[in-house]
Ligand binder design. Structure first.
Ligand SMILES: [Zn+2]
Length: 323
């Protein structure tokens, strides 16, 4: 309740109550409220510059925690990159070397990280450095993993080819050791059994009784099984792929047909003395890229070290071939 005020009315010669108008009261109240609001707002604003609210304290803690987690993540990414580098090193130095593939150069494994700044979008904040560092590490890691993965795909393919290659090339003696009566002649200069002239003998002769089984020395496809090549009589040629062909001559009988696919060790025919031959024997040749090479280097599949050195000794004797 405010004070009651009076004024002297000279007309009625009496004191009369001053009546305050309602509008004036409202104006005073409004001015007071606005002033209080401005003052209160200023106070809170100034105070907040110096005093952290509980929510701010919590956010600061969260931010610190996030920075710490980022640093830990960066460290773990470094470890992952180091582990991958180890794999890359083995890839270059062992796997690719073993399969005769060129090592992948460092520039290719780390390609695409120079030039433009792809981390610009992270700039302008207190933690920019930390965030772009993490992104950069992860990018390097991702790229290196892709390159490594492709390299391993290539090696898997090479390994598969190597396996095919190993089962394809001629690698066993085409006649069993127990079936041999004696090794007649090897690759090199020998006396011709018919003309007695010294001439080059391009294969190896395995002496064995007529009808002795002859085996394919590697996987391949029968390209010929006929007697229309001069001197060889009934003979078989197997194409092994990779430039290798093996030839089995003077056969008594065939056990395969042209275009038949054979595996190493398959029975393909029988020893005979057809064509230019003096006695029953198998004349065996190996071609590489069209040239005849010494078959002595292709028996590692089924001979012991001792058997092999005996064979080597006999094959190198300069005797008379059976042709
Ligand atoms: Zn021969």
């Amino acid at each position: 309740m405010g004070k009651v005020k009076y004024y002297y009315d000279s007309e009625t010669l009496s004191y009369r109550k001053i009546k305050r108008r309602k509008r004036t009261t409202l104006k005073y109240a409004a001015v007071f409220l606005v002033a209080a609001a401005i003052f209160g707002f200023l106070f809170v604003f100034i105070a907040s510059q110096y005093i952290e609210s509980p929510k701010e304290r919590q956010m600061t803690r969260e931010l610190q925690n996030m920075q710490l987690q980022y640093e830990l993540l960066n460290k773990r990414m470094d470890d992952a990159i180091a582990a991958l580098e180890n794999v890359e090193e083995r890839d270059n130095a062992i796997y690719r070397l073993y399969f005769e593939a060129n090592p992948i150069p460092e520039e290719q494994r780390r390609a695409g990280f120079g030039g433009i700044n792809r981390y610009k979008k992270y700039e302008g904040f207190d933690n920019s450095q930390l965030i772009s560092e993490s992104n950069k590490r992860l990018d390097i890691l991702e790229k290196a993993i892709v390159v490594q993965s492709k390299s391993l795909d290539e090696i898997a393919k090479l390994a598969e080819d190597k396996e095919k290659f190993l089962s394809a090339i001629p690698a066993i003696q085409p006649v069993n050791n127990i079936d041999l009566t004696r090794m007649a002649s090897g690759y090199g200069f020998r006396t011709d059994p018919f003309t007695k002239v010294r001439k080059f003998h391009f294969g190896m002769d395995f002496t064995a009784p007529r009808g002795t089984p002859v085996y394919a020395s590697g996987d391949g496809i029968v390209k010929r099984a006929d007697n229309s090549s001069t001197g060889y009589g009934k003979h078989i040629r197997i194409d092994h792929g990779f430039g290798y062909v093996s030839l089995y001559a003077h056969l008594y009988k065939y056990n395969v047909r042209v275009n038949q696919r054979v595996k190493r060790g398959d029975l393909i025919g029988f020893v005979g003395s057809t064509g230019r031959s003096e006695a029953p024997h198998l004349h065996y040749e190996i071609f590489k890229d069209g040239n005849r090479i010494n078959p002595i280097n292709f028996y590692y599949g089924n001979l012991s070290a001792e058997e092999y050195s005996k064979l080597l000794e006999k094959a190198s004797l300069e005797n008379q071939s059976l042709d």
